[in-house]
Design a protein around this ligand. Structure first.
Ligand code: SF4
Length: 299
């Protein structure tokens, strides 16, 4: 089976490899500051799911410079023309601030020539009309991507993970963003407690049909210090073994539209915080296994 990877999409769109720079915009989250809840989603570590974001003590411009330096260090100095980057507000809720503040942050992130797109991770219940107007305006200049943390379509699981909004809220956000031509990427988690393979495949199919342009498939990571870790340590659920995960990913890909961009096939977190499943820390091995299984699968 073939799938449309993010790398391929970036090459098709920008003509070359593009690197992401994860930024910390100093946001919080309504699921943590008391507006909706205080404990956050059950799996969320205190960093707001932004293990690799820049330091919030620095300005956006400084974080971009640091991010570029890290890429140069890893990849070697660019020869010829400068590299291209995506500015990515990764942690907490990247649209949860007054619109003037958002404008300031987004404008700074988009300003450098080498930044070719802006990606913002957020919640579907945090996108007001005036924020939509701002995103629409910026999207005329450079592509704007909005990443929505849906995780599951199943009500009981959504309640257990304390997501804090219902499915129609997601549907409406996708519709409003797509009406404005803004790219939508949806996060889903595989291996949530109580979910069967069929339930996960159902979520994937739904995301494809809802009109999302891209998807991030993430393995459930049990991180130290989270409420999820407490339930795990009490033996209330088990994490997915690698082989089962691989099978579920393949079946999810099979129900997605062929042109849907696959941004991620597994989780990517801070290994020091990881409690389970420990096999996921060997990302190279997991990706090799996934690639092989996907290649061999026939729709
Ligand atoms: S919405 Fe995001 S930042 Fe907020 S608690 Fe949930 S995972 Fe964490």
């Amino acid at each position: 089976m073939e799938y449309y990877s993010l790398n391929q999409y970036l090459r098709d769109t920008f003509g070359e490899k593009v690197y992401k720079i994860a930024l910390d915009g100093g946001f919080t989250c309504p699921n943590r500051d008391g507006k909706i809840g205080v404990g956050g989603c059950i799996f969320c570590a205190g960093d707001g799911s932004g293990a690799f974001a820049g330091s919030r003590a620095l300005s956006v411009t400084e974080q971009i410079e640091n991010g570029k330096a890290l890429v140069e260090k890893k990849m070697g100095k660019a020869t010829g023309k400068p590299r291209k980057y995506i500015a990515y507000f990764q942690n907490f809720t990247g649209t949860y601030a007054p619109v003037e503040r958002l404008r300031e942050l987004y404008e700074k992130a988009l300003a450098p020539d080498e930044i070719v797109a802006l990606s913002i991770a957020t919640r579907p219940d945090c996108i007001s009309e005036e924020i939509l107007d701002l995103l629409t305006e910026l999207n005329q200049r450079k592509p704007v991507w909005i990443e929505l943390g849906l995780q599951t379509i199943h009500k009981d699981t959504a309640e257990y993970i304390r997501r804090g909004y219902d499915l129609p809220v997601y549907e409406s956000a996708v519709k409003q963003l797509k009406d404005r031509n803004i790219t939508v990427i949806t996060h889903m988690i595989l291996g949530l407690p109580g979910e069967t393979k069929e339930m996960m495949v159902e979520t994937a199919r739904y995301i494809g049909e809802a009109g999302s342009d891209g998807i991030k498939l993430q393995l459930l990571h049990v991180l130290k210090g989270t409420d999820l870790a407490l339930d795990y340590e009490k033996g209330l659920f088990e994490v997915l073994p690698m082989e089962e995960y691989v099978q579920i990913v393949v079946e999810c890909l099979a129900v997605l539209p062929e042109r849907m961009v696959i941004h991620r096939l597994t989780g990517d977190g801070d290994k020091k915080q990881l409690l389970a499943p420990l096999w996921s820390a060997d990302k190279k091995r997991v990706l090799n296994r996934l690639t092989k299984e996907i290649r061999e699968y026939t729709r």
